[in-house]
Design a protein around this ligand. Structure first.
Ligand SMILES: NC(=O)c1ccc[n+]([C@@H]2O[C@H](COP(=O)([O-])OP(=O)(O)OC[C@H]3O[C@@H](n4cnc5c(N)ncnc54)[C@H](OP(=O)(O)O)[C@@H]3O)[C@@H](O)[C@H]2O)c1
Length: 290
């Protein structure tokens, strides 16, 4: 297997030309849920998904009014689009449980779950912030909560005859899902560096290093419309689970550690810890992963 190492893999990726967003009604008869649909990559991906004739498009976001307006704008372009905005706050476990109940009221099936929402609060080392659930905030929003959301939605995904789950996140957890629940197509998507609102919490000190890093970012980051093609190309893909997806195709991860003996051991330990944590939150929900 070819392993291209960082940072070369990143530069090749950022400067390669992506294929256009997939065309056609590849989401016909599909119920699609996307988190973080109101900003950046998620917003652009949602526009592309709306163009693929989904049976229903569910926007899972915190800012309900913003989501309702966005949905109305989409419905002006696609008058037949059936959509719904449902509140989801990944920094609040009770809210995630409510979200899952609300989804269940809406439908008994999900065909495509795109776990897109995430944060990147620190430019350099920042303060250690915990949520009201007691977890470090970035860990909860980016790792634990998308995993928990997926686990709690498994029964609905399993009711689909072609279920798919996509996470931009931890390849370790993606591998567990791929291995233990093969009937669900799971794809770990990298959108690539993109000029979105992800840096909204950054605090900058004026320094040569900051100016250099900002200039580097402006030079290299893609626009979110292009980055979103990574999500929608994965959504349209028919070739089964992939533990890494970048530049709109399956690709061996540049993370060599994950393929090493130590990496396999770390995956095992991490999965065990995550399953224990999810079991504390929702007893019995991880039975299939053990
Ligand atoms: N941009 C990049 O260079 C890049 C590179 C690699 C991976 N990614 C990943 O791409 C995904 C999308 O990021 P983006 O670049 O599009 O950034 P963005 O413009 O900041 O969008 C992030 C989305 O996540 C939502 N979100 C944040 N915290 C949340 C919470 N607690 N509960 C529910 N939703 C929450 C935000 O909602 P609010 O508006 O309510 O905050 C927003 O919709 C993230 O997972 C990120 O890690 C981005």
């Amino acid at each position: 297997m070819l392993h291209e190492t960082y940072p070369w893999s990143m530069y090749r990726g950022l400067w390669s030309k992506l294929p256009p967003a997939p065309k056609g009604d590849y989401l016909k008869v599909k119920i699609v849920v996307i988190t973080g649909a109101n900003s950046g990559v998620g917003l652009e991906a949602t526009k592309q998904l709306a163009n693929a004739s989904p049976e229903q498009l569910i926007l899972a976001i915190r800012k309900i009014e913003q989501g309702e307006k966005f949905l109305k704008d989409l419905q002006k372009i696609y008058p037949n689009l059936k959509g719904k905005v449902i509140s989801l706050d990944l920094s609040d476990i009770e809210n995630i449980k409510k979200f899952v109940l609300n989804i269940k009221k809406e439908s008994n099936r999900i065909d495509l779950l795109i776990n897109n929402a995430g944060i990147n609060p620190n430019f350099e080392d920042g303060p250690y912030i915990t949520t009201k659930d007691g977890y470090e905030r970035t860990f909860q929003v980016n790792v634990l909560s998308p995993f928990l959301t997926t686990i709690l939605l498994l029964p609905l995904l399993k009711n689909s005859n072609d279920p798919k789950e996509s996470k931009l996140l931890l390849q370790m957890l993606t591998r567990t899902l791929i291995k233990t629940i093969p009937e669900i197509t799971t794809i770990n998507v990298n959108p690539g560096l993109s000029a979105t609102n992800l840096g909204r919490e950054f605090k900058f000190n004026i320094s040569f290093k900051t100016i250099y890093l900002i200039s580097w970012f402006i030079l290299n980051a893609r626009n979110p419309k292009n980055a979103a093609r990574n999500l929608t190309s994965a959504a349209a893909y028919k070739g089964g689970s992939q533990d890494y997806w970048t530049e709109c195709v399956p690709f061996p991860s540049e993370n060599i550690y994950l393929y090493s003996g130590k990496g396999f051991k770390a995956i095992e330990i991490f999965n065990k810890e995550m399953i224990e944590e999810v079991e504390k939150i929702s007893p019995g929900s991880t039975a299939e992963l053990i």
